[in-house]
Design a protein around this ligand. Sequence first.
Ligand code: HXC
Length: 258
Amino acid sequence: MNYENIQVETRGRVGLITLNRPKALNALNDALMDELGAALKTFDADDGIGAIVVTGSEKAFAAGADIGMMATYTYMDVYKGEYITRNWETVRTIRKPIIAAVAGFALGGGCELAMMCDIVIAADTAKFGQPEIKLGVMPGAGGTQRLPRAVSKAKAMDMCLTARFMDAAEAERAGLVSRVVPAESMLDEALAAAATIAEFPLPAVMMVKESVNSAYETTLAEGIRFERRLFHSLFATEDQKEGMAAFIEKRKPVFKHR
Ligand code: HXC
């Protein structure tokens, strides 16, 4: 498929998607989100891919939903769901891990997109924010829901109500990002983390993602029960036999489902 708003490549078993509207600081329009959803689904279905990295440019991961696109939308345009939010849920449906590799601005929908990913590796230049309030709107793709879960109610209120940006160091302290690394090595670190994941058995990888995500959505008792059932089910996989046998025999495992 030919993409106009993203670049898609593979690096070994890692799928790399680069948001590519640099002049608009990767503002997320419907066409870009359509393409991102399609590329993510293609990688998810590809047995040769074990993990996905989504990145932007040096200056911006994404500066939010495209304001030019949204400016004239009516209530019914957006409420019907055909615009702005129509493809955002696709990211959530992807079952392989997605790493957001963030440099520069991750604002509004850009911050929300990063939070939809499973791991966030940030350059020391990264700036996160939910400045929608300055435009007379509010976060619309999970900002008011994922941010409090990631950084506490106090910080989420601060960011969504004052529109101030959080730098990379604060974002790491607050728990919004997994790691902060120097800008020069950010993409390499993200690709290396993805390559590491992509070598592990896919059933375990996918179940870890599913199980950690369930921590957001259920009670602790339900979540622990769900985790235990997934844990049990991994004993039905050949890769569990191979992983444990290889450890005992002091050799490298050869996993079947990667
Ligand atoms: C459309 C955008 C844009 C955006 C930047 N640009 N952000 N275009 N939508 N979200 C464009 C600018 O218009 C400009 O185009 C070019 O990118 C460079 O931006 P500048 O403003 O000149 O750069 P700079 O002075 O460095 O400021 C960077 C910035 C600022 C602080 C990131 O651009 C900014 O505040 N952007 C808007 C951020 C924002 O409000 N995001 C939330 C959007 S609402 P030209 O053609 O002039 O060069 C949202 C809702 C989510 O995300 C809902 C999801 C469902």
